[in-house]
Design a protein around this ligand. Structure first.
Ligand code: CDP
Ligand code: MG
Length: 713
C-alpha cells in the first residue's frame, strides 16, 4: 500500500507530469517501452497469419479478448503489408467517439507521427485527418455519413468494423451497407475484367496495354475490391459469419487471469453511495492496483468524482494517495488520454467510466472492478412513439466482460454491487440497439442513400415492423418524407445533410423561417451535451439560487441560451488574456455558477460546427432579439410531437400518446407549472420525467402543426 511518505503536507498535490495529453513527443526510453509493450500483445505473434488471412479472404471475422491488440495493431500490420497502395485508406469504425479518439492518439504515438498525419480520426463535429492520413479511426455513424457523398466508399481499401458485438444501430446498418458496397465493387471490377478479356481477344494493342489499362481504370474509378474485417470481443462470431455467407472467422488467443467475484449480501438502495464506500474500502484495505468503476453517465461520474475528492480530504495524510480520473463519451479530447497515464508513483488510480471501458478501451493497471450492474440505454416504445433514456440492469455477458477487465495483467477482484440471485435474473446478452431505438434517424439516412424499401434492406437483424412504421410516420410528420415515403425536397434532403437527430435538424430549418436561427443553434448545441448544470449534494440550495440568475420565464431552452450568451460575454471580455489564462478563468466562472465546464466547452464546439453546416446550406442566421415568443413558437412547430398538457394534480399528459409524466426537478418549471409545454427528453428513473421544457400556447399546436393536431382533434 502507498504509505509512509509523511513529508507531504496537508495540501498533497497530485503531480501532473505523468498525465499525458496525447500529442506528446516520446523520448528514446518511452519509445523502447512502447515497442516492447507492442511485442508483448497476444496479437503480435500472429501478425503474419492475420495479414495472409486478409489477403486471402475479402471478408474476415476476427474475435479476440479485449486488450489483445486488435484495434491498435491490426491496422498497422495491414499498413505495413501494403494495403494503402494507391493512396487508399484503412478505415476502422468504433461505436464510441472516445474510443476512436484515444485509439488514434495511441496509434499515432506508436507510429511516431503527429496525430492527423498518417494516423487520424474523424468523429461528428471533429475531424483530425489530412491528405496524409492512411489509418483513419472514426465512429460507425460517421462512415455512414461518408457513404452519402461517396456511395462506393472508394477511398478505402480496407474497412474494419470494430466492436461489432456492441451491435449499435449504426454498426448494424453499416454492416448491411458494406455488404452491398462490397458486392457492387466486386461486380464492377468483374465487369471491367470481362470487358478487358473480350477486347483483348481481338485487340492486340489492348492486350499489351491490358494490365496497365486495368490499373488505370481501377484507380480512376476507385474500384478495387473492398476488404472487410469484422472485429468483436465476444465469442459469438457465428451470427456475423452467417450474415456474410459463411465468412471465415479467426480467433486470437488472449490471456486471462483468475478474477474473484464478490456479491453484496443485501440489495444496495443507493449504488452511488455503495460505489463510493467500496472505492475507499479497496483503497484502504487492499494491495496496490488501480480501480475501475462502471457508472451510467457523465453526471453520475462527475458527482462521484467530487465525492471522492471530498472524502479524501478527511483521510489521514498517508492515505490520501488516490487519484480519480474519468472517461465518458463527451469528455473533451484533451482530457481523454489522462485515464491511460499511470498514476504518479505511490498513488492508486480510480477510473470512473461508463460502459465504454467494458470493451472499447483497455486501460492498463486495473486490478479491482466495481460493478453496480447498471447501464444507461435508449428504449423506444413504437406504440407510444416514445423514446427514453433508462438506467437498466446489464446482461450476464456484460457482467462477465466487466469482471474480466480486472484479470488482464494478473489476478484481480470484482465487487458486484448486487446479489448473486440478482445476477441470475440478468438477460444472457444485450438486445441489439436496432430492436429498441427510434429508427427515424437511420431511415432518413438510408433514404438519402437511395434505399427506399426499408423493410427490404438486408439488416443483420430486422427491426420490428411497428418501429419502422412509427419512424416513417414521424419523418412524414416532420415533412422529411412525401406521401409516398420518398425523401422530400428540399426539407428531407436538408435534414439528411445535418449530423443531428431529425427533429433537431427540422428545428434549425424552421428557425431560419421564424428568424430565430441564432437562438436555435445555441439551443440545439446545448441540448446535444449531457447536462449543463450540476448541483452537488451538499450545495443544492446554493446551486438552485445561482441557476435562477440565468432562468428565463419562457422555460429551459431560453435559460440555456442565457447561459451560453453569458459565457460568450465572459470570454469576450477576456479576449486579451492568453489561452491558458482564459481557459482557467472560464473554468472558475463555470464552477462559481454550478455549470459543467466540460459540457459547456463541448456545446460551444458543437455550436461552431453546426453553425458552419447551416451556413453552407444557405440558411439565414438571424436573432429574434426581444421577440422571444417567435422562438417559442418555433419550438412548438418543431417539437409538437413532444407537447404535454397540465393535469389537475400537477403532472402532465403527453399529447401524442397520453403518457403521464412529471417535470424534472432541474426544470425552471418544477414549481411554477404552465398549462401547456413542449419537452425534449424523457428520462425514466423511478418516475417518468420530462426534461428541457418551454411554455407554449395550446392553440399554437393546431396552427403550427395541423398535420398532426388538426387530424387528432
Ligand atoms: O482492441 P483490443 O481490445 O484487442 O486491444 P487494443 O485496444 O488494441 O489495446 C492493446 C493495448 O494497448 C492494451 O494493452 C492497452 O492497454 C494499450 N492501449 C493504451 O495503452 N492506450 C490506448 N489509448 C489504447 C491502448
Ligand atoms: Mg478494441
Amino acid at each position: 500500500m502507498a504509505q509512509g511518505q509523511g513529508r507531504l503536507n496537508s495540501s498533497t498535490k497530485i503531480p501532473k507530469g505523468n498525465l499525458s495529453d496525447g500529442n506528446r513527443k516520446l523520448d528514446a526510453f518511452s519509445k523502447q517501452m512502447l515497442a516492447q509493450h507492442r511485442k508483448s500483445l497476444p496479437i503480435a505473434s500472429v501478425d503474419k497469419r492475420l495479414v495472409e488471412e486478409v489477403q486471402k479472404h475479402d471478408t474476415l471475422i476476427i474475435v479476440g479478448e479485449t486488450g489483445s491488440g486488435k484495434t491498435t495493431q491490426l491496422p498497422q500490420f495491414l499498413y505495413n503489408a501494403g494495403f494503402c497502395g494507391d493512396g487508399k485508406l484503412i478505415g476502422i469504425t468504433q461505436p464510441r467517439r472516445v474510443a476512436a479518439v484515444t485509439v488514434a492518439k495511441r496509434v499515432a504515438e506508436e507510429c511516431g507521427v503527429n496525430l492527423g498525419e498518417k494516423v487520424g480520426y474523424s468523429i461528428r463535429f471533429e475531424d483530425m485527418t489530412s491528405s496524409l492520413t492512411r489509418i483513419k479511426y472514426m465512429t460507425d455513424g460517421l462512415l455512414l455519413r461518408e457513404a452519402l457523398l461517396d456511395p462506393h466508399l472508394s477511398r478505402y481499401s480496407v474497412i474494419i468494423v470494430d466492436e461489432a458485438h456492441e451491435r449499435t444501430v449504426h454498426t448494424d446498418v453499416l454492416l448491411g451497407l458494406l455488404k452491398s458496397v462490397q458486392d457492387a465493387r466486386s461486380k464492377s471490377l468483374n465487369n471491367l475484367q470481362n470487358t478487358k478479356n473480350k477486347k483483348t481477344n481481338n485487340d492486340i494493342q489492348l492486350k499489351e496495354n491490358g494490365a496497365q489499362c486495368l490499373n488505370f481504370l481501377k484507380q480512376y474509378q476507385g474500384r478495387t475490391p473492398l476488404k472487410l474485417i469484422i472485429m468483436s470481443a465476444s465469442l459469438d462470431a457465428r451470427i456475423f459469419s452467417e450474415y456474410f455467407g459463411g465468412a471465415r472467422a479467426v480467433h486470437i488467443q488472449g490471456r486471462q487471469f483468475p478474477v474473484d467475484i464478490f456479491y453484496t449480501l443485501h440489495v444496495e438502495n443507493d449504488y452511488l453511495d455503495a460505489s463510493l464506500a467500496t472505492i475507499f474500502q479497496i483503497h484502504l484495505e487492499e494491495g496496490p492496483g488501480d480501480i475501475l468503476v462502471f457508472l451510467t453517465g457523465q453526471e453520475e461520474i462527475e458527482s462521484v468524482e467530487r465525492l471522492v475528492k471530498e472524502r479524501l480530504k478527511q483521510l489521514p495524510e498517508n492515505s490520501k494517495k488516490l487519484v480519480a480520473v474519468s472517461i465518458f463519451s463527451s469528455l473533451p479530447s484533451e482530457q481523454q488520454m489522462r485515464v491511460f497515464a499511470p498514476a504518479p508513483p505511490g498513488f492508486r488510480k480510480v477510473i470512473l467510466a461508463t460502459n465504454i471501458a467494458e470493451t472499447s478501451v483497455t486501460i492498463s493497471g486495473i486490478k479491482y472492478i466495481i460493478d453496480p450492474g447498471l447501464v444507461k440505454a435508449r428504449y423506444y416504445d413504437p406504440n407510444k412513439g416514445l423514446e427514453s433514456l433508462v438506467v437498466v440492469p446489464i446482461s450476464k455477458a456484460q457482467a462477465l466482460q466487466r469482471s474480466g477487465r480486472a484479470g488482464r495483467e494478473g489476478p484481480g477482484k470484482c465487487f458486484r454491487l448486487y446479489q448473486e440471485d440478482q445476477f441470475g435474473k440478468f438477460e444472457d446478452s444485450t438486445k441489439p440497439e436496432i430492436k429498441r431505438c427510434n429508427l427515424s434517424n437511420i431511415i432518413l439516412q438510408l433514404k438519402a442513400l437511395g434505399v427506399d424499401d426499408i423493410s427490404g434492406f438486408d439488416f443483420i437483424e430486422k427491426p420490428t415492423r411497428s418501429a419502422i412504421v412509427k419512424s416513417l410516420e414521424q419523418l412524414f410528420l416532420l415533412g422529411a418524407l412525401t406521401d409516398d415515403c420518398k425523401l422530400s425536397n428540399p426539407v428531407g434532403r436538408q435534414m439528411a445533410c445535418l449530423p443531428l437527430d431529425p427533429i433537431y435538424s427540422k428545428a434549425l430549418i424552421l428557425a431560419s423561417e421564424f428568424n430565430c436561427l441564432e437562438e436555435m443553434l445555441i439551443t440545439v448545441a446545448m441540448l446535444s451535451v449531457e447536462s449543463i448544470f450540476y448541483s452537488p449534494r451538499d450545495k443544492k440550495e446554493e446551486s438552485r439560487t445561482t441557476k435562477k440568475s440565468f432562468a428565463s420565464p419562457e422555460g429551459d431552452h431560453l435559460t440555456l441560451v442565457n447561459v451560453y450568451r453569458a459565457s460568450n460575454e465572459f470570454l469576450e471580455k477576456r479576449s486579451g488574456l492568453s489561452k491558458e489564462k482564459r481557459e482557467k478563468a472560464f473554468r472558475k466562472w463555470c464552477k462559481e455558477n454550478f455549470i459543467d465546464s466540460r459540457s459547456l466547452r463541448h456545446a460551444r464546439d458543437i455550436h461552431s460546427q453546426i453553425r458552419r453546416n447551416v451556413e453552407q446550406m444557405g440558411l439565414r442566421v438571424a436573432s429574434c432579439g426581444d421577440d422571444v415568443l417567435q422562438f417559442c413558437r418555433c419550438l412548438a412547430a418543431s417539437f409538437f410531437l413532444n407537447a404535454a398538457l397540465k393535469q389537475p394534480e400537477g403532472s402532465y399528459r403527453a399529447l401524442a400518446n397520453g403518457e403521464i409524466v412529471s417535470i424534472h426537478p432541474s426544470s425552471v418549471f418544477f414549481k411554477n407549472k404552465p398549462e401547456c409545454l413542449i419537452f425534449n427528453e424523457l428520462v425514466e428513473t423511478n418516475r417518468k420525467y420530462i426534461r428541457n421544457t418551454t411554455r407554449i400556447d395550446y392553440l399554437w399546436l393546431t396552427e403550427l402543426a395541423p398535420q398532426f393536431y388538426a387530424v387528432q382533434n
